[in-house]
Design a protein around this ligand. Structure first.
Ligand code: ISL
Ligand code: CA
Length: 554
């Protein structure tokens, strides 16, 4: 396995709106991040991924960009950005920007020109089609509800938008569009940024025929009809050749709609396309045929099988990203742990899992203190356009307000977007003013200040295991094998290379479990555990609820 700094480095994702508000207008800002640089360094992370900070009308919180070369006034200005970049580099940290180029905002100059007339020079920057007898060109749905086509009166035509109406999709078949994107990338790379997280990158190439879609299985449709279009690999190779390969920078693609079998077409070492892919396996594990608000039950065995399959599929060629949540998904401790009785234990267990799987580790702000989902009472408190659209659709379809609000409690993206909980003072120390989205009321007990002072806190465990990980390349590059894969309460696996061997045992249950494992005879030492003094007797370990132990074995 070829070594690289971006394979070993740990990514920490910042959602700037919700990280730290220094000028007290209720919205997080770049100066706020700058004020926390020493904190970031203290976490033992290596790379900061900034969700979009570009100019944007914020229909989708910055994922709708109206100027790729300008900083949003809400967040600060280019001087603040330069100061942030320097502050990170001075501390030996890297910076990755979010590159959102499947679509722009409808307020981008390109789209304003494109929609103005049929014969302007930017018309083909976007995807325009005539209607079919007063209906959209085909039956494709937007990810955020309703048709993926919007009718535009000025030129009596429809434009494609996979996300909101204010996020028109770019036409990547136009070489001028690709060159514009390359220029944007060069601008940021020349400034010194260390890479890009590429938003919905598998969606950029469209099948120009736009036939009607027959299947109604959400993920099947995303895989076959939205992602992995006819020219996606050509465009990524071109991007790599003319931009990325010229810099010591890396790319991590959001692998929406990519199956394990397709993964190495994007990240195989010989492909020269992307460096890392973060797949959707476990983050959509409970999505039903109609998507996230149609949830299905899953078992620990299903969960393990996803990690097993992706490990196999990427093999010794491709490279994975290891994460359990981000700004689009519920909080990991609420979804995969127990955020009630075993909050601390299960949060530490999940961090242990993440730290000991093969791939680049990507952590989200708040993971370090075990931030949880939030339960807002009213749709008014939800800010995400996706949540609001889904709510309206559900109510139209006859669901009650209460029913859908409780679905939002579980699945809303706003679970991950409440302000960072710095202290137990007003608004968690995030702002003095009304925050743009309400803070989770549990900030009084879950916050950085309190955990910083507690040697047994989630925060200090996180710092410690990331420190340990730096000494153990085996956790990054080593082989992986799941043991007793059918066990539905225990996730046990081995990681090894020519030099070292580790055994990881995680109790994913609220029960005490006596677990028999022959490899326990070969224990050399305990590397880290989330309870003091694990109880081992010969070939058995008596695990407490959500106990996790990492052993070095002979
Ligand atoms: O959020 C999702 C499910 O809850 C995903 O389907 C999401 O739409 C998908 O991951 C794409 O996400 C990315 O592109 C979107 C943006 O809203 C997300 O925040 C971004 O991460 C459009 O740019
Ligand atoms: Ca602010």
């Amino acid at each position: 396995m070829k070594k690289a700094w971006w394979k070993e480095g740990v990514i920490y994702q910042i959602y700037p709106r919700s990280f730290m508000d220094l000028n007290n207008d209720g919205v997080g800002d770049l100066k706020g991040i700058i004020s926390k640089l020493d904190y970031l360094k203290s976490l033992n992370i290596d790379i900061v991924w900034l969700s979009p900070v570009y100019q944007s009308p914020n229909d989708d919180n910055g994922y709708d960009i109206s100027d790729y070369l300008a900083i949003s006034g809400e967040f600060g200005d280019m001087n603040d950005f330069d100061e942030l970049l320097k502050g990170l580099h001075d501390r030996g940290l890297k910076l990755v920007m979010d590159l959102v180029v499947n679509h722009t905002s409808d307020e981008h100059e390109w789209f304003k020109a494109s929609r103005a007339s049929k014969n302007n020079s930017k018309r083909d920057y976007y995807i325009w089609r005539p209607g079919r007898n007063g209906s959209p060109p085909n039956n494709m749905q937007s990810f955020f509800g309703g048709s993926a086509w919007a009718y535009d009166e000025t030129t009596s035509a429809y434009y494609l938008h996979y996300f909101t109406k204010k996020q028109p999709d770019l036409n990547w078949d136009n070489p001028k569009v690709r060159e514009e994107v390359h220029q944007i990338m060069r601008y940021w790379l020349d400034k010194g940024v260390d890479g890009f997280r590429m938003d919905v990158i598998p969606l950029i190439s469209k099948n120009p025929e736009f036939l009607d879609i027959e299947s109604d299985d959400f993920w099947d449709v995303v895989n076959k009809e939205y992602a992995n279009g006819p020219n996606v690999h050509k465009y990524l190779r071109e991007m790599n050749e003319s931009v990325m390969s010229k810099y010591d920078a890396f790319s991590v693609g959001e692998g929406v709609g990519v199956s394990p079998a397709q993964a190495n077409d994007y990240v195989g070492a010989d492909r020269k396309e992307l460096d890392i892919l973060y797949h959707f396996g476990h983050v959509v594990i409970d999505f039903g045929a109609r998507g996230k608000y149609d949830p299905v039950k899953f078992s620990l065995v299903d969960f393990k099988n996803i990690f097993n399959d992706w490990y196999q599929a990427l093999g010794e060629s491709g490279w994975n990203c290891i994460y359990l949540d981000n700004h689009d998904f519920p909080r990991m401790v609420s979804r995969f742990g127990n955020d009630n009785h075993y909050h601390k234990e299960s949060a530490k267990l999940l961090i242990t899992l993440l730290s000991t799987l093969r791939g680049t580790l990507s952590l989200y702000q708040g993971n370090e203190i075990g931030m949880t989902n939030v339960k807002f009472d009213s749709i008014e408190d939800y800010k995400d356009v996706e949540a609001k659209n889904a709510y309206n659709e559900a109510i139209e379809n006859g669901l009650s307000d209460r029913e859908f609000i409780s679905a939002l409690h579980k699945q809303s993206r706003d679970n991950a977007r409440t302000p960072m909980q710095w202290s137990d003072s007003k608004n968690g120390g995030f702002t003095d003013k009304e925050p743009w989205i309400k803070i989770n009321p549990n900030y009084k007990s879950i916050n950085v200040q309190q955990q910083d002072n507690d040697p047994d806190s989630i925060l200090n465990y996180y710092r410690k295991i990331l420190q340990v990980r730096k000494l153990h390349n085996t956790w990054v590059y080593g082989y992986y094998e799941s043991l007793d894969n059918d066990n539905h309460r225990i996730y046990c696996y081995r990681r090894w290379d020519n030099e070292r061997s580790y055994l990881i045992i995680l109790n994913f249950s609220n029960d005490g479990v006596t677990y028999h494992q022959p490899l326990l005879e070969k224990i050399n030492r305990i590397v880290i555990s989330n309870y003091p003094n694990p109880e081992i007797d010969h070939r058995a370990i008596s695990l407490k609820p959500w106990e996790s132990v990492v052993f070095e074995i002979n």
